[in-house]
Design a protein around this ligand. Sequence first.
Ligand code: SF4
Ligand code: SF4
Length: 298
Amino acid sequence: MNEFAIERYLNRIIEEREQGEKEKYVSPYFPEYVREVVPDMGLDERVSQLTTEQIERVIKRVIGKQTARLKSIIETCMHCGLCSDACQWYISNDRDPTYAPVAKIRMTLGEMIKRNFKVDPEFIKFCARVVFTECNICHRCSMYCPFGLDITAIIRLVRRICFILGVVPQRQLDQAQTHITFLNQVWLSQNDYLDTLFWREEEGIYELKNLRIPIDKEGAEILWFPLGAEPKTGVDHIDRFAKIMAVAGVDWTMTSKDTWDSSNMSMFINDYFTMERIVRGLYENAKRLRVKRIVLTE
Ligand code: SF4
Ligand code: SF4
């Protein structure tokens, strides 16, 4: 999206806000689904470029061969409501049934199957809103269901459909794109990452003489993978970690190669290819350095 498109988009949001913050969105597909209007560039703009044919192709590609199995999972549900009590969205929204886990799959994948995959772009936007912004894929509902219906797996499939169609909330889309580009979630180039490690070692030395941030130390006991934000906005975490390791006398190291960020934001949009690149990269770093253990932030 170019800067003029972004400006147009932001102006539209301002206009909409000026017209009244309390404006409600009522789903044309499920009138009982009533929410605040929340403009989101990642959802609003992309759908205007989609066609029903593209959507049908993508849904078939993602769930085509498992349609009968998924339909049977949805139809096995006896609406006992046990899973609803597991869902923080349902509980924290006055038990509004449109937040119930089973409603989320019926309103999204269930409807796609019912309409034989022929759904319009606005419906995909509706699905993206439900699966990305009203579910944390925490898995609690799946664990509560007496039939073991894996609701979370279905929500993840809908996320994948939306991801392939490019209909993803802007914030998540941005994090996914930075992982695709730099294999970290903060748009940090490899040079900047290494530069930050050298800088933090210099800073740490003021407090602890002979402090080191060992890089690429083969055979170390521990290889530490920080979270993306640490070398970007929480830089003092790096020297704090180094100080703790130094005082504790731990033999540790960090990698000089890419794939050092322990987060995997691609998992939240089900970008399987990048998810694998991240996990493989972390593993390859550990293998190359022949470390005994990996330590991840969080
Ligand atoms: S996975 Fe989603 S629907 Fe299920 S309990 Fe968690 S937030 Fe609710
Ligand atoms: S617990 Fe299982 S059977 Fe009961 S409403 Fe939830 S998904 Fe359906």
